[in-house]
Design a protein around this ligand. Structure first.
Ligand SMILES: NC(=O)C1=CN([C@@H]2O[C@H](COP(=O)(O)OP(=O)(O)OC[C@H]3O[C@@H](n4cnc5c(N)ncnc54)[C@H](O)[C@@H]3O)[C@@H](O)[C@H]2O)[C@@H](O)CC1
Ligand SMILES: Nc1ncnc2c1ncn2[C@@H]1O[C@H](COP(=O)(O)OP(=O)(O)O)[C@@H](O)[C@H]1O
Ligand SMILES: [Mg+2]
Length: 297
């Protein structure tokens, strides 16, 4: 069978559309900016991170560490009161608010550039109520990073999504719940098809985490080229969510900021894994300022 030229072009175009582009080191120089002399903490964004129930306090602490060490100007951690002193031991730069005080939560998030929700949030009634409050409060100009338990809650309660800039960070099981694509069937084509059906139109970004994380955006799809099994430890995704929040709060192009955060998280792990059997999430955060300095442009 001989294809007409227009059909060949169509095949080529389809191929181009489905081919995921590699995320490489170049994304760092496209994203991480030398800081202007005339700036102050307000220049680098305000973030609130919501999560960490009595059992999963570590998750929101690791996430907060990621955001602060990524350089966001002001960070507030909204969590269960049992986590307050550990939070301040680990990261005194972060402010604290009790997540049971929903009127105060509403008032605070109104002033944020970025809100992260879900790391260690849990899936009980309290968690659901908080998620609904946040969904009802966010505005279209804010960025909402949705991780962990918040993804489970959306899927199991079939929640409708708020009209804001959404970034989802599911691991493969969470992506299965959110998209309906079973883990065994997840690949570049099925993930992209589900993304196009469910998330593309509203302009959301989805970070499907795995040993080679995919980033699906309205303008293209990308696959990470770095990362190590030394990262396979609890809290690694919580940390990534914090770094993503920190990058999108500071850097202008949201899509590039997400790609740069995904690359940075794994590239630091690769570096540490040259000398360590396992890389701990907090070590990645602590290495961020030096890594970002080396790669600013
Ligand atoms: N120190 C802490 O406080 C931690 C809290 N965490 C929080 O705990 C909550 C539940 O987390 P998870 O749903 O990850 O943990 P779970 O262990 O509750 O659930 C994950 C389930 O998905 C399955 N699964 C299949 N493929 C997977 C993949 N590629 N990656 C991960 N799981 C896969 C697992 O076998 C498991 O059954 C989240 O809010 C999370 O943020 C976790 O991040 C772990 C550390
Ligand atoms: N074998 C691996 N190679 C590279 N990266 C990995 C590997 N295993 C896990 N990761 C990374 O670790 C993180 C795990 O995320 P997640 O399961 O949400 O962790 P948690 O919820 O415990 O913080 C993701 O960023 C994923 O890409
Ligand atoms: Mg997770």
């Amino acid at each position: 069978m001989i294809l007409a030229q227009s059909q060949i072009l169509q095949c080529y175009n389809n191929f181009e559309v489905n081919e995921m582009k590699p995320i490489t080191k170049k994304i760092l120089q496209d994203t991480i900016r030398i800081r202007p002399t005339q700036s102050f903490k307000g220049t680098y964004g305000k973030i609130a991170l919501i999560g960490g129930n009595q059992n999963f306090g570590g998750a929101i602490i690791m996430s907060s560490l990621g955001a602060v060490y990524a350089g966001v100007g002001l960070t507030t951690t909204i969590t269960d009161s049992s986590n307050q002193s550990s939070l301040h031991n680990w990261v005194p730069e972060a402010m604290y608010l009790d997540y049971h005080d929903e009127p105060a939560v509403k008032a605070l998030i109104a002033n944020m550039d970025v809100i992260n929700i879900g790391s260690g949030l849990g899936t009980d009634e309290k968690s659901l109520s908080l998620l609904k409050t946040v969904f009802a409060s966010v505005s279209p100009t804010q960025i909402l990073v949705v991780d962990g338990s918040a993804i489970d809650l959306i899927a199991s309660n079939n929640l409708s999504l708020p009209k804001t800039k959404l970034i989802f960070t599911p691991h493969q099981m969470e992506w299965q719940k959110l998209s309906g694509v079973k883990i065994k069937d997840q690949n570049e084509n099925t993930n992209l098809a589900a993304y196009n059906n469910l998330f593309k139109q509203q302009g959301s970004i989805v970070v499907v985490k795995s040993h080679r994380t995919q980033v699906l955006t309205p303008t293209g799809s990308f696959v990470n080229t770095v990362g190590t099994p030394a990262q396979a430890t609890g809290g690694m995704g919580d940390t990534l969510a914090g770094i993503i929040g920190g990058f999108v709060a500071q850097f202008e192009n949201t899509e590039n900021a997400v790609l740069a955060a995904v690359y940075t998280h794994s590239a630091i792990a690769d570096e540490l894994a040259k000398k360590q059997y396992v890389v701990l999430p907090h070590q990645i955060s602590e290495a961020l300022p030096q890594f970002m300095k080396k790669n600013e442009a």
